[in-house]
Write a protein that binds this ligand. Structure first.
Ligand SMILES: C[S@@+](CC[C@H](N)C(=O)[O-])C[C@H]1O[C@@H](n2cnc3c(N)ncnc32)[C@H](O)[C@@H]1O
Length: 327
């Protein structure tokens, strides 16, 4: 989960442009900025594409001169100038582009639905997805027998949906304690149902991590989680665009940032009851603590931390035997 600033524009924004969209499509980035549209042409290009009613993929044409005109000839949507102006204003007030345009690309999923306050999928999480896919592809049990996957804190459903759209025979369940997240994950499940590979599926359920065992959910060969991991004391240091628009539940992980992480470990160690692999995305510094905490459980077989592309140790993968309880 990247907690760096999402695409945003300065607080004070000019009026919308008075040039036509097709003219903008052929405008070099320098002129695009010179047109006082934005200090962040990338964000403005997404918003302009959306306001014009063009396909999201055509946004790049605003940034790569001399622009071929993917939508040239297509008239922009009626009222695009006013819409663009409104979007720029809201973005200038800190609203993330992803919420304004209502979708974003994640891994192999084009335009996964995004809606406040459910956490916007971050690029680092694609690394977690890649690791899960590679692990399941190489595991000896990647046979026609379905692999059951549980994603704890599923948000938009991005992790299980991307895995199920990349591998066959993955029966995934996503649990979240936020009704807004479960509703959105359900919408995304319907949207991407046709993209799931044969035998793969995804359903979202309303359930807190600590309640999984009592709810009867168990027997998963793969568990994934990108839990809230920011320590409460540092929550206020997050970018306002994150803090004011994304759900605190998705970010604030309690005193040391590891409250939900411990519940995930407890589930694998005592609730799940079968051999499984756990893949988690965490904050820097947490993977080592997690591996240490696992030593108290009988079912802990082994694990290792690994780093994101920036070299920060942000992920952990852990094997569990299915034996229950503490040492
Ligand atoms: C960091 S977000 C991750 C969302 C999504 N998996 C992703 O990677 O984009 C954490 C998610 O965990 C959920 N969550 C927070 N506390 C939880 C708990 N105790 N039990 C289950 N889900 C929880 C939040 O509602 C949020 O959707």
């Amino acid at each position: 989960m990247r907690l760096l600033p999402l695409l945003r524009l300065p607080l004070l924004l000019p009026r919308p442009p008075s040039v036509s969209p097709s003219r903008l499509f052929s405008t070099p980035p320098a002129a695009f900025s010179a047109a006082s549209l934005s200090a962040d042409p990338c964000a403005a290009a997404h918003l302009l594409t959306y306001a014009c009613g063009y396909p999201p993929s055509s946004f790049a044409a605003f940034l790569s001169p001399p622009a071929p005109l993917p939508a040239a000839g297509d008239p922009p949507r009626e009222g695009w100038e006013e819409e663009f102006g409104r979007l720029l204003e809201r973005h200038g007030g800190g609203e993330p582009v992803q919420y304004l345009v209502g979708s974003w690309d994640f891994h192999c999923l084009a335009e996964i639905i995004c809606r406040a306050p459910v956490l916007i999928p971050r690029p680092e999480t694609e690394q977690l997805v890649e690791r899960v896919i590679s692990s399941l592809s190489s595991s000896p049990s990647s046979s026609p027998k379905p692999k059951r996957l549980l994603d704890i804190g599923t948000g938009t459903g991005c992790i299980p949906l991307a895995v199920g759209a990349s591998l066959p025979n993955v029966e995934a369940t996503g649990a979240d304690l936020s009704p807004a997240a479960v509703a959105l994950a359900g919408e995304n499940a319907a949207k991407f149902r046709g993209q799931m590979l044969p035998g793969s599926s995804f359903e979202a359920v309303l359930c807190a991590a600590a309640e999984l065992r009592a709810s009867g959910l168990a027997g998963f060969g793969v568990v994934t989680a990108n839990p809230p991991y920011i320590p409460t004391a540092t929550y206020h240091t997050l970018e306002p665009t994150v803090r004011e628009h994304e759900d605190r539940l998705a970010l604030d992980g309690g005193g040391d940032g590891m409250d939900v992480t411990r519940q995930v470990l407890e589930f694998c160690a005592s609730g799940n009851g079968v051999e499984c692999e756990l893949h988690m995305e965490l904050d820097e510094g947490q993977p080592g603590k997690v591996l240490e905490a696992c030593k108290r459980y009988k079912g802990f077989v082994g694990g290792r931390a690994w780093s994101d592309y920036a070299g920060r140790e942000r992920f952990v993968e852990i094997e569990w035997s299915g034996e229950k309880g503490e040492v």
